[in-house]
Design a protein around this ligand. Sequence first.
Ligand code: ADP
Length: 164
Amino acid sequence: MKAAIYPGSFDPVTYGHLDIVARAADLFDKLYVAVLNNPAKSPLFSVHERIEMLSDAVSHLANVCVESFSGLVVEYARARGAIAIVRGLRAVSDFEAEFKMASMNSHLAPEIETVFMMTVSEYSFVSSSIVKEVASLGGDVRAYVPERVAVRLAERFATGSSGV
Ligand code: ADP
């Protein structure tokens, strides 16, 4: 049984993330989508809210499990018996940070491979941060995130509160 993890902030999940999840779920027997629990990043949505939105969006994929983790990604991968860390690549600008992270992780855990998947062109410009920016200004983001996420964004920006 080949398991992989797909770690990230997912604050909130976008169709770009979901495209990677669906494709990675086809490649591996089991995929753990892992929400990084890092309060230092001051996210808009709490870990609980991010897990809820992700779980809802991947409920049709039987081999995908959504959970949170903290600490080293490679330790989390080992704990799940994963052979790979999945990451998505958009523009060249993603490359440098991803290269550093993958290199460090391969030193820390040589047995775990980082697998990069290219974004599909229609979501190549979609990021959680640009979606939040547009939503905060009252823009329509339903082309980039599931309906329930768009509703949550609208609610959050209407009340002006942020998550922990
Ligand atoms: P992080 O804070 O770890 O970068 P993100 O939630 O922003 O977490 O992204 C998680 C992963 O998903 C990263 O590998 C990122 O490059 C990838 N990703 C984000 N948006 C897209 C997209 N539109 N297409 C493909 N991959 C994406």
